[in-house]
Structure formats: structure tokens, C-alpha cells
Design a protein around this ligand. Structure first.
Ligand SMILES: [Zn+2]
Length: 182
């Protein structure tokens, strides 16, 4: 990486030196080129600093044309700094189901990374598989939840269906607004 950077610096220095030499060679090769180059640059500078007479009405039109552009630029800057204050369903990423705290993310508009946490101390719960059911335990406060029917995949699918229902029926808004208050 470092040697590559050194090479690129060396190459750019070499490039500058070679193009400088090439320009000097061209100037020597073609007599009068140097004089022409100096006079061309002189003409350009003279043109750029020359003054023109413009009627007042034209200046007025130019100013009027610039004002909407300035207003648009200012509005765009203000809009880019302002965050949308209204929450969307994508802000609904936690809720209580079966007495436990559940958290998730959305990937491709679907529930993902669903996790279950203790409602008392927020420790991630451990799944304990029973006979045709599953319990959830907290290592910190020893709280137990369940048993619930099925394995953990079945429980996750059940919770995901509840989340989808709340999103579809706009019930997530109550949960998100409650979170904002607390
Ligand atoms: Zn706990």
C-alpha cells in the first residue's frame, strides 16, 4: 500500500517533469510559438477584465432570474437539515408480547433479528426446550416465562405474525408514541 502510494507520487512528479520538458522542446522547435502564447494569454486577460455597458432593465431581469434560484438553494439546504419528525412503521422495533420484551430489525420490509429480553432487567433470555414446548429464562433475576407451545422457531413465527398484524392495522403507532413519552 505504502509502496504503491510512493509509486504514484513518483509517477506524478515524472509526468510533470516530462510534460515540462516537452513544452520547452516544442517552444524551441517552433519559433514564434512562445511570442504567440504570451500574446494569446494577454488577450484573454484583457478580455476578462474589460468592462461592458449593460442597460439597467437587463440587470433587473438578471437579478429577478437569480432570486428564485437563491430561494430554491436556501429551501433545499433547510430541508436537508430538517429530520422528519413523524415516526414511520420502521421506527416500530420493540414491543411487549407474552410478558416479555421483543426487539427486531427490518430487512427487505420483513422482520429480522428477532430477540427476546427480560422485562425487568433487559437481559437476553435463554431458551429452555421442554417436551413439545419451550420456556424462556433470565440469568440475572431468574424470572421464568412460559412454557409456550412449540420450539423457538414456532414462537418466533408467532411473534412475527403479531408484529405484522400491528403494522398492518396501524397499532404500532400507539407503541411508538408510548415509547417517546417514557
Ligand atoms: Zn431478568
Amino acid at each position: 500500500m505504502v509502496s504503491e502510494e510512493k509509486h504514484s507520487v513518483r509517477n506524478s512528479i515524472l509526468g510533470t517533469v516530462i510534460s515540462g520538458l516537452l513544452l520547452a522542446f516544442l517552444l524551441w522547435l517552433i519559433p514564434g510559438l512562445w511570442v504567440w502564447l504570451v500574446s494569446a494569454i494577454g488577450h484573454l486577460v484583457g478580455f476578462l477584465i474589460s468592462q461592458v455597458t449593460v442597460p439597467v432593465w437587463l440587470v433587473g431581469i438578471m437579478i429577478l432570474a437569480i432570486i428564485p434560484t437563491i430561494i430554491m438553494v436556501v429551501l433545499l439546504i433547510v430541508a436537508s437539515f430538517r429530520r422528519p419528525t413523524e415516526p414511520t412503521w420502521l421506527d416500530y422495533t420493540t414491543d411487549r408480547f407474552d410478558g416479555m420484551t421483543w426487539r427486531w430489525k427490518y430487512i427487505n420490509n420483513g422482520v429480522s433479528n428477532l430477540g427476546c429480553f427480560c422485562p425487568y432487567d433487559d437481559t437476553r433470555l435463554i431458551y429452555v426446550r421442554g417436551y413439545e414446548n419451550t420456556s424462556l429464562h433470565c440469568e440475572t433475576c431468574k424470572a421464568k416465562f412460559g412454557p409456550f407451545d412449540g420450539d423457538i422457531d414456532y414462537i418466533h413465527a408467532k411473534i412475527e405474525r403479531q408484529i405484522e398484524r400491528k403494522v398492518r392495522k396501524d397499532e404500532w403507532k400507539k407503541v411508538v408514541s408510548k415509547e417517546k413519552v417514557t
